[in-house]
Design a protein around this ligand. Structure first.
Ligand code: KIV
Length: 271
């Protein structure tokens, strides 16, 4: 079977095929139609309407204040611009607290144009993933640094550095895949552990601060464009506008670097 054809809309099964073929996936966040169009026409395979919008668009200190209605509003705007990229939307804080709440929120997001919903964590979330997947709602799991847990974690920190935490992360990754997730975001995880997880699960992994061995990469658009977020700049962030020369050029440079494996390098990853 050939690699995903250019200009063909991405589907959920095509993501799994890409993993099988070793074709790396380039993902970025977007929150409005204007930027979403640039991403879609310049090589981005997946667009995430992240609840990071609470920080980079709404100006909050965390993602916790984001509401389902906010997510649906931005998802609808982004969806209008996409022709090829697959659209993933975050279930915001506690919208996934029960399977029923998650189903209601997911229906809103899919009816706004999302093709997959993302939720953070394993443990009690495994039942939610299974409940949604059994109802034909594609789910992206998110492990490692889960920003909705910032109060419990005590800050935005690298996860899985100690042996026990690493073993738990690997077990959680296997569990979310077994529960029915179609995609797995790994955030702020040592590169070697992310590589071990990527080899262990059948679903594509998308790294952010998780090193070069993931099946794809994601960045927050504002970080890629070098905008000052008002927060400490994480190590994994790279300003692609500097080398790309324009917004479209930055997006193309990022997509090419993800695909040829030159991003992230060791300077943008955790040991
Ligand atoms: O909300 C978001 O943008 C995310 C990415 C950082 C993966 O979850």
């Amino acid at each position: 079977m050939s690699v995903h054809a250019e200009h063909k809309p991405w589907t959920v099964p095509a993501l799994a095929e890409a993993k099988g073929q070793g074709r790396r996936l380039a993902m970025l966040t977007a929150y409005d139609a204007g930027f979403a169009r640039v991403l879609d026409r310049n090589g981005i395979d997946l667009v995430l309407v992240g609840d990071s919008l609470g920080m980079v668009v709404q100006g909050h200190a965390s993602t916790l204040p984001v509401k389902v209605a906010d997510m649906a509003y931005h998802t609808a705007a982004v969806a209008r611009a996409l022709q090829q990229a697959l659209l993933v939307a975050d279930l915001p804080f506690q919208a996934d607290a029960t399977p029923e709440r998650a189903l209601d929120a997911s229906v809103m997001l899919l009816q706004a144009g999302a093709q997959m919903v993302k939720l953070e964590g394993a443990g009690p979330k495994l039942g939610v993933i299974g409940f949604l997947a059994a109802r034909d709602i594609p789910v992206c799991a998110h492990l490692g640094l889960t920003p909705q847990s910032v109060l419990k974690l005590g800050g935005f920190k690298v996860q899985g550095r100690e042996a026990q935490a690493a073993a738990q992360l690997l077990a959680d990754a296997r569990a979310v895949a077994a529960a029915g997730a179609s995609l797995l975001v790994l955030e702020c995880v040592p590169s070697a552990l992310a590589g071990e997880i990527t080899a262990a699960v059948g679903i594509p992994t998308i790294g952010i601060g998780a090193g070069p061995h993931c099946d794809g990469q994601v960045l927050v658009l504002h970080d890629l464009l070098g905008l000052d977020s008002g927060h400490r700049r994480p190590r994994f962030v790279k300003d692609f506008l500097a080398e790309g020369g324009s917004v479209a050029g930055a997006v193309r440079a990022y997509a090419a670097a993800v695909r040829n494996g030159s991003f992230p390098d060791a300077a943008h990853a955790y040991a």
